[in-house]
Design a protein around this ligand. Structure first.
Ligand SMILES: *Cc1c(COP(=O)(O)O)cnc(C)c1O
Length: 486
């Protein structure tokens, strides 16, 4: 089974100033009186004046609404087929105490994939019973901490972990609920790097090994096996990968039920629901209600086909919850025009027949958004501080790092008079941007501000140059000894 991400084909927007609300958050719009982009009722330039540039902005209402919509859609459809669903927010997409709190308030459980993410969820006051703990190499210390905290389920990724979790639970005098992560062999693949259910990869155990591994789990009184887990990939637009994967997993549920002596209570189908990063993708991205209906039918069909009871369901969306709530604001530093060779233009229809490309350099880059460099991802960009009726230009937004792959937006079309000092807004940066950020070239991580109803507040502090300098041992010692010239 193989899918392809809809090619990020571009068509020149009718109005290169227009804010496409299928890509930008719902509250993003141009103010009637000032023509500036506003998010959550605040002008982009007011946000950068107050909090600096670059700046991650999260529309709180958008994140909460989306979380609720996804949870309700999946739960409603689960009810329709006579079961129930738990929706976990995949924290790795973007986790901080505030976001964990939003998710818990909107009725989502939370998935974490490290001791650090677990600490954030616990600090947010998330009910430990509503936390799932993932990862292919959880340390003994991380497992012991999770077990002691009372984490709801731990997802076993290898036989070694079965032993570790069993020992930790026995030592804590508890029974730990566990799921087994399997590899269904289905890759609902989009981009090769994003797919996580090939056989030849690090996550999970081949499905055919499940019976043996479940026997191994049952051998420990300190473990309670609740079901299989499978995550087939990311940025998925169609449900046929889920169909095939669920069919295969449910196909083993009868055999597993014979081993455990009871119906297998749960099935976790992971996350991976895609979002629109560009207007072209917005044409193809299915509504969550549609996905939820198809997924429920898939499970009901699969259970019927294999003659088993419909298990309780669990899902783990990350990107679909938080991605489109985020916008990154940058300030333009320099621009330059390059001529595209005849062959470039002909060879790349996405370049829309433009004969030149305007490179627009901003004050961030791959340190605050690694996705273009990691996955060849693309984004939509708009000038945020003004509208312009200048002729549209084919632009590539690049960062300030020492890498030619330091690209923020591969290609888009915006007014050609974009110039130093302009504020640019890049849409749909809520997921996998802050969480994958780095300090490459000693760039401090920008803060994250939440906007809502005309107010903004910092929910993740930005780093300062001093924070970064303080990591160098020599400097730290010099400051400690007082022998600094400052
Ligand atoms: C990354 C991941 C998710 C979330 O994926 P999205 O594409 O953000 O929905 C869910 N479950 C597991 C196990 C993951 O690794």
């Amino acid at each position: 089974m193989e899918h392809h991400m809809p090619e990020p084909q571009h068509t020149a927007p009718a109005d290169p100033n227009a804010i496409d609300q299928r890509v930008f958050p719902p509250t993003a719009r141009r103010g009637r009186e000032c023509e500036q982009l506003k998010i959550g009722g605040i002008r982009a330039t007011e946000l950068t004046a107050k909090h600096g540039s670059p700046l991650y902005v999260v529309d709180e209402d958008a994140a909460r609404t989306r979380a609720r919509e996804i949870r309700e859609a999946l739960q409603t459809e689960a009810l329709r087929i006579g079961t129930e669903a738990t929706v976990y927010y995949a924290g790795k997409a973007f986790l901080c105490v505030e976001v964990a709190r939003w998710m818990a308030e909107e009725g989502l459980a939370i998935d974490v994939a490290s001791g650090g993410e677990l600490a954030v969820a616990l600090a947010a006051g998330v009910d430990p019973a509503r936390i799932g703990f993932h990862g292919n190499n959880k340390s003994e210390a991380e497992i012991a901490r999770a077990v002691r905290a009372g984490v709801g389920t731990i997802i076993i990724d290898s036989e070694i972990e079965t032993q570790r979790i069993a020992h930790a639970a026995a030592a804590a005098g508890t029974t730990q609920r566990v799921r087994l992560r399997v590899n269904s062999g289905v890759h609902a693949s989009t981009h090769d790097f994003l797919a996580t259910s090939h056989e030849d990869q690090k996550f999970g155990q081949p499905l055919r090994d499940a019976p043996r591994l479940v026997r191994g789990i049952l051998a420990h009184e300190s473990l309670e096996f609740v079901g299989l887990h499978c995550h087939i990939g990311s940025q998925i637009f169609a449900t046929d990968g889920f169909r095939e994967s669920a069919r295969r997993l449910l196909g083993t549920y009868r055999e597993l039920a014979e081993i455990t002596g009871a119906d297998i209570p749960e099935l976790n189908l992971g996350g991976g629901f895609g979002i629109a990063y560009t207007s072209a993708q917005a044409e193809e991205a299915p509504a969550i209600a549609e996905i939820a209906r198809e997924l429920a039918d898939i499970v009901a069909d699969g259970a019927r086909e294999h003659g088993i009871a419909i298990p309780k369901l669990a899902f783990e969306p990350g990107r679909a919850v938080i991605g489109q709530a985020g916008v990154t604001l940058y300030t333009v530093g320099t621009t330059k025009t390059v001529q595209l060779a005849e062959s470039d233009v002909a060879g790349d229809p996405a370049d829309l027949g433009y004969s030149e490309r305007l490179y627009v350099s901003v004050d961030g880059g791959m340190s605050d958004n690694a996705r273009p460099a990691l996955y060849g991802a693309d984004y939509q960009v708009r000038i945020a501080n003004r509208v312009s009726d200048a002729a549209p230009a084919l632009v590539r937004v690049v960062g300030k790092h020492c890498e030619s792959g330091d690209i923020v937006v591969q290609r888009d079309v915006i007014p050609g008079d974009v110039r130093p000092g302009d504020t640019l807004a890049v849409a749909a940066t809520g997921a996998y941007c802050w969480s994958l950020s780095s300090n490459y070239n000693y760039m401090p991580r920008p803060p994250v501000v939440a906007v809502r109803g005309g107010t903004s507040r910092v929910i993740v502090r930005g780093q300062t140059e001093d924070d970064l300098l303080a990591q160098s041992v020599m400097v730290a010692d010099a400051i400690e000894n007082g022998d600094t010239n400052e």
